[in-house]
Write a protein that binds this ligand. Sequence first.
Ligand code: GLA
Length: 739
Amino acid sequence: MTVHVNEDTNVFHLQTKNSSYVFQVLGNGDIGQVYYGKRIHVRDSYANLMTMERRDATVAYNLEHPEFQPDHIKREYADFGRGDFRFPAFQITSPDGNRISDFRYAGYKLTRGKFRFEDMPATFGDKESAETLIIKLVDFSANLEIHLSYAVFPDDDVIVRSAKFINNGNSLMEINHAFSAQLDLPDNDYDFVHFSGAWARERHMERTPLRSGVQSVGSLRTASSHQENPFVMLARPHTNENSGEAIGFNLVYSGNFLDQVEVDQFATTRVLIGINPNEFRWGLTHSSPFQTPEAVLAYSDQGFNQLSQNLATFYSKHLVNQRFAKQERPILINNWEATYFDFNEDKLMTIAKDAKKLGIEMFVLDDGWFGKRDDDTTSLGDWFTDKRKFPKGLGHFADQIHDMGLKFGLWFEPEMISIESELYKEHSNWMINAVGRPSTPGRNQFVLDMSYSEVVDYLYDKISAVIKETKLDYVKWDMNRYITEMFSYALPYGQQPEMPHRYILGVYDLYDRLTQSFPDVMFESCASGGGRFDLGMMYYAPQAWTSDDTDAYERMLIQYGTSYGYSQSMMGAHVSAVPNDQTGRITSLDTRANVAYFGDFGYELDITKLNKRDRAKVEEQIKFYKQYRKLFQFGKFYRLSNPFEGSKNVAAWMVVSDDQSEAIAARYQVLNQPQANYLRIKFAGLDPDKEYRVNDDEETYFGDELMNAGYFVSQILDPDKKVRESADFSSRLFVIKEV
Ligand code: GLA
């Protein structure tokens, strides 16, 4: 049993392997948060933890109970307007304009298992792996209900929360905002850890102590964004990779979000996770409840590595399409950085043939195969083959690729429209723009109104036809601009603020229909690289293009930051040409592969132009990756040395097989140092009692020695001064095998 309910005291104790989450019904019918942290015993009541003292200058609940002051009560899902002045979890406007709610506890329901949503991505679990508790709250005078859902996954130390709003009356109620989860913590002794960046510089780790007031990250780009990611953590100041408490928060959603932390006058901390209250409002009618997306809460008292590993396991069992969750991902070649828009069938065939010779398994045709698209100014929406480039049709080209023994993948950007397109000539009103206002272009393109079901139908038909014609194995679904002039011709006046959320629901609808109709096609999501690297996307597309930045050094940072909240198998990672197109930097072919190995590996360069030496190297790299692919994609991931902290000159990480018989570690040196210190790298995750060999060493070592005493790493890179390559951005791999 993981959920313990005491019906006499109305205490609810959600217990996982290592954590406890406790809340209870308060005297006024509200729900109070009692405790979230390391696992504690189940008891009838936790009166000590709920002690209330009267504080001056604070309003009370009523005259009889002056010590019951909502402003310093830790709550589960706070309203606003009745004495709690912190930011509320939700707010509703009644038809007369008042915004006061009074929800009281009205019962609970406990079921085994965890059910999916109909129109949104959600976690899932069977009767053995999950238990779901629904707390019913009722506001009698407004005729409203809120159902707070807590799905408990005991093995992974994860609790998934969401809220559902139900209107039992006949008047239209307006939800001004509704977060997915609120967590009130009794102190503020935490660091806020989040992952910020920009296009080509996604998810750099930042860590700052909490302070009074509000700290937040969020997005108003109708995408989770390059700039901030919904995954954040609260960690004790001393927490590191291997010890200390950390709580992880994420949202199963791909649109506007807000992760907000508020430290109040008594240094208690309120966390809110959910859809951004800005650019949101929802009309709640009698017939259709409103369901928030899900928030994932994870707890670790063994540092960040443990938290990330729990999350990785959790997502692979309870979020990602099970058809692909554990399926080894093919090594691919993508023609984008090799040709950009400048290709024809012959050019692509030479790349594909060479790729096949080198051992690559899938050819991905990127942007430019459709309409009349020779640059980024035209044809988005025209999802039919450009006969100038493929005179015999794309089906014919795909057949040739398949005949060679390669899988075939194709790029789409479904949500977009170019003014210069057949689609625009026919359906200019499908483009998002506000009446009488100029439309703001992004990358020369505009966005389709995905909240409009006719648009989704059109895209479904067009994309399905291409998938069938090409017997497609893989879709790269791109999204290359954020949305402006948010307005829908399909929605009446009062519902315009629903548009950003409805847009995302339309995207999910299309994803859902395509993945259901073509269950064997693997989808990879992309948004100018990592602009939609989120759990909503991962539900449909088990991997994402991590970043448009393929420079080895920048990629190392991006993958390092991303690894806190997401697994390696979610990260597309390719080797590209140098000087790198995004940074102009030159790094060795070894280092480029040594970074890309720790993800879904591929190449994104014109391999026909490689010299003999590099060709041989690429062939070796592919062999090597195939040998250890399972370990790279699904092994337990340990971060060893953080490039965002300390000297910032080194990063190291490793993957370990489930049975601890095999591991591969990598160490990346940013700038080379003369007369560097002697160095021992300390590995992690090995079996202390097993004996291992590292690379080709004759000597063998016990796991405890490798983890606690370390392994000597020479700092003299090229003693004979034979290799005339830059010693900066060097890297080393350590293949560790049980003997
Ligand atoms: C985006 C993607 C790239 C590539 C181009 C094509 O930038 O992130 O990988 O597909 O679009 O236009």
